[in-house]
Write a new protein. Structure first.
Length: 222
């Protein structure tokens, strides 16, 4: 397939991508979230569409325009992101979990604004569902790609997530380096799959997205 131009590399392929943070309510006016900007997931969506894929972009709360040619589904919480993902996952050729899903949510969401009380406050949290692991378990024909945000032992933690979540590929980034971490304009990845790995050098998120999509394309059409 070497003769294919990048514009045609993913034509006819259906790709769903999660992007951005999730936001977990504590009460009607407060939430727990993280600093994910959504830039990497939106760059992947834009590049996949440019390469000819039919793209569904499942986005948490971000401040970014919808990339050309993508169908966007906006969600807030991890549970909503899971529901949106499962609604489309089995019909996808590729599912990429780029979202920074909140690992926990409040055990009880207060229906009224919480009032300030004593000097200390403890909030009980419960674990959120693992979206990408659920997609991988329920969509056997879909090539499922995760991200791994790590600050240390990147390969070891990424490979254990690859196996534990039943993924086909995982893209690890070292978020201890602030020039490529959350909210940065650049990224750099080390991509792992069961019998291989490939580094993608620091570049704009758009350039990194194009290279990751080419790696995915090589794996789905060897
Ligand atoms: N992920 C997910 N659902 C969750 C948590 C994570 O789908 N509830 C996905 C992310 O979108 C990413 C991958 O799992 O593709 C790895 O996320 P990461 O936060 O690095 O891993 P965790 O499994 O949450 O482990 P930890 O935060 O403890 O490192
Ligand atoms: Ca996590």
């Amino acid at each position: 397939q070497d003769f294919l131009l990048p514009e045609q590399l993913l034509s006819g392929k259906k790709i769903a991508i999660t992007a951005g943070p999730t936001r977990e309510a504590l009460d009607p006016v407060r939430y727990i979230s993280n600093h994910s900007s959504g830039k990497m997931g939106f760059a992947l969506a834009a590049e996949a569409a440019r390469m000819g894929a039919e793209v569904t972009l499942i986005s948490g709360p971000v401040n970014l325009p919808t990339p050309a040619g993508c169908q966007r589904v906006d969600v807030t919480s991890a549970q909503q992101m899971l529901d949106a993902a499962l609604a489309v996952a089995t019909e996808q050729d590729v599912f990429i979990g780029c979202a920074a899903v909140a690992d926990y949510r409040a055990a009880n969401v207060a229906s009224q604004k919480m009032k300030k009380q004593g000097e200390q406050l403890s909030i009980e949290l419960v674990k959120n569902p693992d979206i990408i692991a659920t997609v991988a378990a329920q969509s056997e024909a879909t090539f499922v790609v995760g991200f791994a945000a790590e600050t240390q032992q990147v390969e070891q933690y990424a490979r254990s997530k690859l196996a534990a979540k039943g993924l086909d590929m995982i893209a690890a980034n070292d978020v201890s380096n602030s020039s490529i971490g959350f909210n940065a304009d650049d990224n750099a990845l080390t991509v792992f799959w069961p019998n291989g790995q490939q580094a993608i050098a620091q570049a704009s998120k758009q350039q990194v997205a194009a290279q990751l999509l080419q790696l995915i394309q090589q794996q789905i059409q060897p």
